[in-house]
Design a protein around this ligand. Structure first.
Ligand code: ADP
Ligand code: MG
Length: 258
């Protein structure tokens, strides 16, 4: 067990209804957990609470019990990738500086060592001409390439946990699939735990070990991805799955041959 989220509720300042309500969820070491829910269901709030990055004024009840260690520190033990890579990259720093920074600060590397680590990371995320890229700036890259850089930066300090909050929502379909495949590959290779947040149940179905369905700040249902998607219990999950009928393992009668 990596951590156990216990009775977690979060209410933002000035809001009457909580953004998260009484959430209970274990996260296991090395699993790929997909948090699925529509916009406003509390997914990002959950990610921020997990990362200890809730804004001032957000009131939190309950807690996250981290097994065997103190809460992970964002940037070091925990990597965070957001929807918009431009938001996490600094436009006036080179790609090399940004990817090296986490490694320098958290692994105690010198700048030359950290630059070598950055080069290694750019290779791992399959960016073309990584050596050249070290001295490039974010605006010189495509959206998909920027997201690869953001992933390289998030993983540079070798965190055990990666939280990816809709990391592909701003990208076109082909690039989305490439980024998901990349995350899958990196997480497997490093034995990392991945919390993958998405509103797209089909995207999650492709690679998650376990899913957690959120609605209106509450946890509707959780379980192994294959089981939940093949035989959902909650009415809401049934609706979600039905809206992506291609997810069902057996075709519906009448569709065969259609
Ligand atoms: P999701 O990521 O699933 O779209 P969020 O966690 O961002 O959902 O939001 C959950 C609820 O909390 C929404 O009603 C949203 O408007 C509200 N909310 C999110 N961030 C803030 C904030 N900083 N201040 C006030 N309300 C917020
Ligand atoms: Mg969100």
């Amino acid at each position: 067990m990596l951590c156990r989220v216990k009775n977690l509720s979060v209410t933002y300042r000035g809001q009457e209804t909580p953004a998260l309500r009484d959430l209970d969820l274990p996260i296991r070491v090395g699993e790929r957990l997909a948090i699925i829910g529509e916009s406003g269901s509390g997914k990002s709030t959950f990610a921020r609470a997990l990362a200890g990055l809730l804004p001032d004024g957000a009131e939190m009840e309950g807690r996250v019990h981290w097994t065997g260690s103190a809460a992970p520190r964002a940037g070091r033990d925990l990597g965070y990738v957001l929807q918009d890579p431009s938001a996490s990259l600094n436009p006036v720093l080179t790609i090399g500086e940004q990817v090296a920074e986490g490694a320098r600060r958290h692994l105690g590397l010198s700048w030359p060592e950290a630059r070598a680590r950055a080069l290694d990371m750019l290779e791992r995320v399959h960016l073309p001409e990584p050596k050249k890229l070290l001295d490039a700036y974010p605006h010189q890259l495509s959206g998909g390439q920027r997201q690869r850089v953001a992933i390289a930066a998030a993983l540079a300090a070798r965190p055990g946990l990666l939280i990816a909050d809709e990391p592909t929502s701003a990208l076109d379909m082909v690039v989305q699939a490439e980024i998901v495949a990349l995350l899958d590959e990196l997480v497997r290779a490093a034995g990392m735990t991945l919390v993958f947040i998405t509103h797209d149940i089909a995207l999650a179905a492709g690679f998650a070990d376990r899913v957690a369905i959120f609605k209106d700040g509450g946890l509707v249902e959780t379980g192994p991805a294959a089981a939940v998607l093949a035989a959902p219990h909650a009415t809401y999950t049934k609706q979600l799955v039905a809206s992506h009928r291609d997810l069902a393992s057996t075709p519906l009668v009448g569709e065969i041959g259609a």
